[in-house]
Design a protein around this ligand. Structure first.
Ligand SMILES: [Zn+2]
Ligand SMILES: [Zn+2]
Length: 941
């Protein structure tokens, strides 16, 4: 029985092909940027003497003006960044989703729309004092979501969907930003409003009044709260930077759209607010009122349409601003990346380390030529440092381009010393601006552009792998499979893969290949497709014969149709949002047709029970932001906050599962009971305000330890075949799942287990005519499709949704803080993935049971038949997930310029790939377990 291991190798091979293609797709699709923890430092002017050199220890008094000193410093090549004089205090007001046309004013307009002419204060102050007011178009880079925008505003960098940062779980910003620059210089910052800021930048604030703000249906709470604090704060003078984030306009947009009287009300409030603030603040305080993004005509944002990207920037300073026309023109376009260096300059600080923006002198107080030059050179020096560091840390940008940019910035730094007059300065300013724009263009290309070539290659590989494997499992008669796998096919395949990998690395070594990983993935994918193609051609007679023999039964065609439908809806954003309901409906109807085909009362009753579990799990499903007025499953993830009922249900469900299962799994039952007991004790001790988190963690660790050792004991040979170890394996996965889900969601794992058990029993009643066991019926694609739909549904059934906001980080810490361990990030990743994809994993491991379970099961047949049946089902199950991932990837490719790409399609792709990886891994575990325990001799029957 050598071929049984060949089956496993083939499954691993198949999983590798699917996952490598998915990785390749992700590499081309997910925008990523290397984040670095560098911080820009500057040296104080006092540490330099009048000749522009560092003073050292001598304290000789010299007399020279500040400007002379600066000029001297600038003439020294290689001088460091210098702290400039500070220009007083800044009030920064972020009006979420303040689109530029909200701020325009036109009194000739006959019938203004609800959002037009609502902010007259801006126009009026501009007319009263043209030098005190600036109004610009404030252009955002997509994705135009608030979190990404706030990050980009404070760092001055371009936003990406995922920042490849070192810390995995924390939301805290890892990069240098204006708040850090301001606070490190000894200034005080006060925060009011949206708590996104305090979560991104905790522990920086002198005072902070923040509110949780995810509830987009609520137009007023946060605004009223900020209003109740801001006027008192404005009258105090112990702060230097005041940040206030208003959400009402954004939420009015989300709920009603801009063309609604509620928008009119929110904008009128904003107008009154700005009027009052301008009245209160002293003349030398700078006021910035900006929008982080705009909104579409339906009031949403996230994409890259002009309406979403064009926010407004209103700046006011009673004592007037600098800058000359044409730079001060109302409605001029400035980039949001410019805010961070500009605000830093207002405090005399250099731009934050990752900033790629220009300093906007028209919204800063008037400065002398020397001081302006000081800021410009600071900005150039910071950018050239960033270019050098980015080249060291990442290979995203080619070294030639980086070197070219670095040389250009150094050239400009040296030119600064030659600038003498105002006219020279304005030429110099525009040269620097041009250079910075070039730098930004280079980085935008690598951070924002998709790599379409690798995306299309990955899609091609996926479709090839799916197509040929589909031909193999659907076409070649199952009876022939053991012979194929007893031949040298698998070993040939693995050897050719090894040759491919070594050739790729050799070619890479001689620098003939640029990207070795893509080379490996592409060549192994193609060679595997070629090999499976040869296999298909060799067995073409069997395949064609099977096709001629007639059509498959109706329930089987229905099941395939249902799976295709579940994959096709991934192309539509509104269906993805409702996917939980849609998957439960499809799984239920596929099992229904199977039960109908069996036609007994028992099958029908089991089906009704299956339906009931799906209905009950509805209450755990919760819903996502787009679905309306609810956010049930967010924020109640951890055991400590669970309600008393939830705790009782968690304990009860765990006890019930353990008690029922224990008696049927022999000596292994004791381990299951022990692990379950520890899990229950962990919840009971960790619950409520009086719970003891440390002892609760100890118990969780104990439970993990038992689960681990039980998993090892699974490999003790079982005389009666693989069924018992497989059941125990599923139970262990269930307990592990329940542990990471926490008490609030643990019952949903029990519901998932129950649904699987009921479906398994329906399947076990399937037979073909009078024969006791029919390979073609038990291993039909309807069974695999039903199981895959159920496994996909359980992702939703256990309270998840395909949005990044729904990822619960609590499980990463429930057995202790893994970040203190050297393998910490691995533990964190494993626990969080288990929490997300534990159900597809468990269902994957239970796939062999579909073939073996029950009186009609394959367990009574010979070992070769058993393995062939298990292998066929595992591969079909894997194919179902592969088809879904392929459709997600295709949908992301088609919609890559779509409005909802960052909100819906990309998270869906991420979670679908995760579920696919978990399901494949699960099937490999289950199939290996079967191969290990399958009896070597045929039992006399
Ligand atoms: Zn926003
Ligand atoms: Zn919004």
């Amino acid at each position: 029985m050598k071929e049984k291991w060949n089956f496993i190798f083939y499954l691993i091979w198949f999983s590798y092909l699917i996952m490598s293609a998915v990785l390749m797709f992700g590499h081309g699709f997910l925008l990523s940027r290397k984040t670095m923890s560098d911080i820009t430092e500057c040296q104080h002017l006092e540490t330099f003497d009048c000749s522009g050199r560092e003073r050292g220890n001598s304290s000789i008094e010299e007399s020279c003006t500040l400007d002379e000193k600066i000029k001297q410093i600038l003439s020294v090549t290689g001088s460091p960044l210098i702290c400039a004089p500070s220009h007083g205090r800044v009030v920064f007001i972020l009006v979420d989703a303040l689109r530029y046309d909200f701020t325009e004013y036109d009194d000739k307009l006959e019938n203004p729309l609800p959002y037009q002419n609502r902010l007259p204060v801006m126009q009026r102050t501009l007319e009263l004092c043209p030098d005190c007011v600036r109004l610009f178009r404030f252009i955002a880079d997509p994705p135009t979501t608030t979190l990404q925008r706030v990050k980009a505003l404070v760092t001055g960098s371009l936003p990406t969907f995922i920042d490849a940062s070192s810390n995995f779980a924390a939301m805290e910003l890892q990069e240098d930003n204006i708040i850090d620059q301001v606070v490190n210089a000894g200034h005080h910052a006060v925060l009011l409003g949206d708590d996104t800021w305090s979560r991104l930048m905790p522990r920086r604030w002198f005072r902070a009044h923040t509110m949780y703000s995810f509830h987009t249906w609520d137009l007023d709470t946060v605004d009223i709260e900020v209003d109740s604090k801001i006027y008192d704060e404005l009258k105090k003078d112990d702060w230097d930077l005041l940040v206030a984030h208003y959400l009402g306009v954004d939420h009015a947009g989300h709920r009603y759209g801009p063309n609604h009287s509620e928008m009119k009300r929110k904008l009128d409030e904003t107008n009154a607010r700005i009027e009052k603030i301008i009245e209160i603040i002293p003349k030398d305080v700078i006021l910035y009122v900006v929008g982080d993004h705009g909104m579409t005509e339906s009031g949403d944002h996230g994409g890259e349409s002009k309406a979403e990207r064009t926010a407004a920037m209103f700046a006011y300073r009673g004592a007037g601003f600098g800058g000359q026309s044409p730079d001060i023109q109302t409605g001029r376009e400035v980039q949001q990346t410019d805010l961070a260096p500009t605000m830093s300059a207002a405090f005399g600080r250099p731009p934050p380390a990752p900033s790629l923006g220009n300093i906007l002198f028209p919204v800063l107080p008037k400065m002398t030529v020397a001081e302006t030059l000081l800021h410009l050179t600071n900005s150039l020096k910071q950018v050239s440092q960033y270019l050098v560091r980015y080249g060291e840390e990442s290979q995203q940008v080619s070294l030639d381009r980086l070197a070219h940019l670095i040389n250009a910035t150094r050239e400009q730094i040296e030119k600064a010393a030659t600038v003498k007059t105002e006219d020279d300065l304005s030429i110099y300013v525009s040269n620097v601006r041009l250079l910075m724009d070039n730098v930004r263009i280079v980085f935008r290309e690598v951070w924002v552009e998709f790599d379409t070539v690798s995306m299309l290659r990955a899609l091609l590989l996926l479709i090839l792998v799916i197509f040929f494997n589909w031909l193999i499992v659907e076409g070649i008669p199952i009876e022939r499979l053991p012979n194929i796998f007893a031949s040298t096919f698998v070993s040939c395949g693995l050897i050719s893969m090894a040759i491919c990998v070594s050739v790729c690395y050799t070619v890479f070594h001689f620098e003939l290949l640029e990207d070795v990983h893509h080379g490996v993935i592409l060549s192994t994918g193609l060679i595997s497709s070629a090999l499976t193609c040869v296999l298909v051609i060799m067995h073409w007679d069997g395949i064609s014969q099977r096709w001629y023999e007639g059509r498959s039964p109706i329930y089987e065609r229905f099941a395939r149709g249902a799976l295709m439908a579940s994959a096709a809806v991934l192309l539509s954003n509104s269906y993805i949002i409702e996917e939980g309901a849609e998957l439960s409906f499809l799984a239920l109807s596929v099992l229904g047709t199977i039960a109908w085909n069996i036609g007994t009362i028992k099958a029908f009753t089991l089906w009704v029970g299956f339906g009931a579990t799906l209905v009950i799990s509805r209450s755990y499903r919760g819903c996502r932001e787009e679905q309306g007025d609810c956010w049930t499953s967010i924020g109640v993830g951890s055991t400590g906050q669970a309600s008393r009922t939830a705790l009782v249900m968690a304990l009860g469900s765990m006890a019930a599962v353990v008690a029922i299962a224990r008696r049927h799994v022999g000596w292994r039952g004791h381990g299951v009971v022990l692990a379950g007991l520890f899990a229950c004790a962990h919840w009971a001790l960790g619950w409520g305000a009086l719970g003891s988190p440390s002892r609760s963690r100890q118990l969780a660790r104990g439970s993990w330890l038992i689960l681990g050792s039980m998993f090892v004991l699974l490999w003790k040979r079982e005389r009666f075949g693989a069924i018992l170890p497989l059941i125990v394996c599923s139970l262990l996965f269930f307990i592990a799942n329940a542990l990471v889900l926490g008490a609030s969601f643990a019952p949903s794992a029990a519901l998932g287990l129950l649904a699987g058990y009921l479906a398994l029993n329906v399947v076990s009643m399937m037979k073909n005519g009078n024969s006791k066991f029919s390979l073609s019926t038990r291993c039909s694609s309807s069974v695999a499709c039903m199981w895959a739909l159920l496994a996909s549904y359980q992702f939703y059934g256990t309270g998840h949704h395909a949005t990044l906001g729904h990822v619960r980080w609590a499980p990463a810490f429930h057995a202790g803080d893994p970040n203190y361990l050297p393998i910490g990030p691995f533990v964190t990743g494993a626990l969080v993935s288990l929490e997300l994809f534990g159900m597809p994993f468990m269902f994957g491991a239970a796939v062999p049971l579909l073939a073996l379970w029950g009186r009609n099961g394959a367990a009574a047949a010979g070992p070769r038949t058993q393995m062939a049946a298990v292998f066929t089902l595992c591969l079909k199950f894997g194919l179902c997930f592969a088809v879904r991932v392929f459709m997600s990837a295709l949908s992301a490719t088609i919609h890559c310029r779509h409005l909802m790409i960052w909100g819906v399609f990309t998270p869906k792709l991420l979670f679908e790939s995760g579920a696919c990886a978990a399901a494949l891994l699960g099937t490999v575990v289950g199939a290996t377990l079967t191969a290990w325990h399958v009896p070597t001799q045929i039992k006399p029957s």
